[in-house]
Structure formats: structure tokens, C-alpha cells
Design a protein around this ligand. Structure first.
Ligand SMILES: C[S@@+](CC[C@H](N)C(=O)[O-])C[C@H]1O[C@@H](n2cnc3c(N)ncnc32)[C@H](O)[C@@H]1O
Length: 256
């Protein structure tokens, strides 16, 4: 059946944005880079404190693992860690540990391949679900690989935060004034809509919340000393502006 022209154009544009998203992240890690800046360390610490610690006999799955910063943290307590990402160069240069396996896999088109890793005890998806074309379909695949006791932590960007708005403005300026073709796909999902996808796929949301009040992108433009000052005000920013990220933690529903 022929598709209407408007739909075809939109599909072509969407495919272009997804391609640019992959290109945006498809860069090798710079091993010579000095230690993370205060702002990066702060955001990382806020995220990892939400992740349940594992055991030597447990497996963790890191979706959208990029250079493996979360995978490396998981490898400290989980016996086996699987990191997947569609950015090949990022995966190839990701930080190695004896118990981490990295795979190049597109969660939009090949999420059914997650089954090859066997049942998992933990799934983390940090800042990736907002880029997925069909979150409901991915949730259904996750339900197939999650053990009954599996915990799932999903963190997504809050689209109405000062952080997200400032980042989008920067990308717009880069694209339209500096002519760098930089786009990052965002499916427009709120945490509530994502919660609904997980619930419909057989999960039960157990906890939810917001983290990182300071607008990371803007504060990241400041010198490190000033960043440290802003970090002290994070609680205040969080109560005034809401979080730069929203998160949920869920588990497969207990059978009745
Ligand atoms: C914002 S980064 C987050 C990286 C990592 N989770 C972290 O917190 O350090 C998003 C990652 O998701 C990956 N990604 C986006 N869409 C994807 C897809 N369809 N399949 C696999 N990976 C994807 C990107 O390549 C990128 O590495």
C-alpha cells in the first residue's frame, strides 16, 4: 500500500535524525582525558546511588552504555555485566573490565536479540529511553529477559527542565548558525508515559523521583571552581526548578 507523501517525508526526516543521533554519540573515548569535571562527577554520583548493588552470581544489563562509565560501576558488584549500544566506536573504546561484555546493538531494530544474554537480575537505562523510537516495544522485550526478581532503573531527561531547554538551544544554534548538523532524537516521552509502557509490559513501578536540580549544561560552561559552588546549591535548585532527570525503578509484577 502506498504511504501518503507527508508520512513518507516525516519518516525520511525521522530516519535522518536517528542517523544523526548515532553519529553524535559514535566517537571513541579519549583515554588521555583528565579526571571528570566536578559537574560530571556530581551527576554520575547522583545516578549511581539509585542503582541497587549486585552479587557475584548476578547479571546486569546496561542499555545505551556508551563508553561504559555505568558498566564499570556495575562491574564492581555484579559478576557479569553486559553493555549494549548502537554507537560502534564508543563500544570499541569503552572501558574494559574482566566481567564486562560489550555488544553493538540497535535497541530500535534489534532489541529481540537481548534474549541471547539469558535472564538478567538488573537492567539500567540511563538517558537512553528518550531516544528510543518505540519505548513500548522495548519494554515488551525487557519483560522477556528480566528475571522475576529483576530490578529496572530508568533515568530520562526532564523535557521541561532548564537543563534540557538550554541544551536544545545550544544544539539549535550549532545547527542553524554554525552549520554543524547536530541533532539528538527525543521521542517526547514524559516519565509518566514511560511508566505506563512498563506497567503494560508487566512491570510494577516501585519508586520514582527527580535528580540534579542545577542546569548541568549551563553550569558545565563555567570554570571548575565555580561549578563546585553551584553544586552546593543543588537541593535549592531541585526544589525550585525540579530535576534535570526523572527516574523510575520497577520490577516484574508478582504473579497472582
Ligand atoms: C546520553 S548517552 C548515555 C550513556 C550512558 N548510559 C551514560 O549514562 O553514561 C545515550 C546513549 O544511548 C545510546 N543509544 C541511543 N539510541 C540507541 C539505540 N537505538 N540503540 C542503542 N543505543 C542507543 C547512544 O549511542 C548513547 O551512547
Amino acid at each position: 500500500m502506498q504511504q501518503p507523501l507527508s508520512r513518507t517525508l516525516r519518516t525520511t526526516e525521522e530516519a535522518g535524525v536517528l542517523q544523526q543521533t548515532r553519529e553524535f554519540f559514535n566517537k571513541p573515548r579519549n583515554e588521555a582525558k583528565a579526571s571528570p569535571r566536578p559537574i560530571e562527577k556530581f551527576a554520575f554520583d547522583e545516578i549511581v546511588r539509585l542503582i541497587p548493588k549486585g552479587r557475584e552470581d548476578q547479571t546486569a544489563l546496561d542499555l545505551g552504555c556508551h563508553w561504559g562509565r555505568i558498566s564499570v560501576w556495575l562491574a564492581l558488584s555484579y559478576g557479569r555485566v553486559i553493555g549494549v549500544d548502537f554507537a560502534e566506536k564508543a563500544i570499541r573504546s569503552a572501558e574494559r573490565r574482566r566481567n564486562i561484555e560489550y555488544f553493538c546493538l540497535d535497541l530500535n531494530t534489534s532489541a529481540d536479540q537481548l534474549g541471547q544474554f539469558g535472564a538478567v537480575d538488573l537492567i539500567v537505562a540511563i538517558a537512553v529511553f528518550e531516544m528510543i523510537e518505540n519505548p513500548a516495544a522495548l519494554c515488551r522485550q525487557l519483560a522477556k529477559v528480566a528475571k522475576r526478581s529483576c530490578k529496572v532503573l530508568v533515568v530520562i531527561t526532564n523535557r521541561i527542565s532548564a537543563n534540557y531547554v538550554s541544551l536544545r538551544i545550544a544544539l539549535w544554534v550549532s545547527r542553524n548558525l554554525l552549520r554543524h548538523p547536530r541533532r539528538i532524537h527525543n521521542n517526547g516521552y514524559s516519565i509518566e508515559r514511560l511508566e505506563d509502557c512498563f506497567t503494560k509490559s508487566g512491570f510494577q513501578v516501585q519508586e520514582k523521583g527527580s535528580i540534579v536540580g542545577i542546569p548541568l549544561y549551563l553550569v558545565g560552561l563555567l570554570p571548575s571552581v565555580l561549578q563546585a559552588t553551584f553544586l552546593k546549591l543543588d537541593r535549592l535548585f531541585l526544589s525550585l526548578l525540579g530535576g534535570s532527570y526523572h527516574w523510575i525503578c520497577c520490577q516484574p509484577k508478582a504473579e497472582e
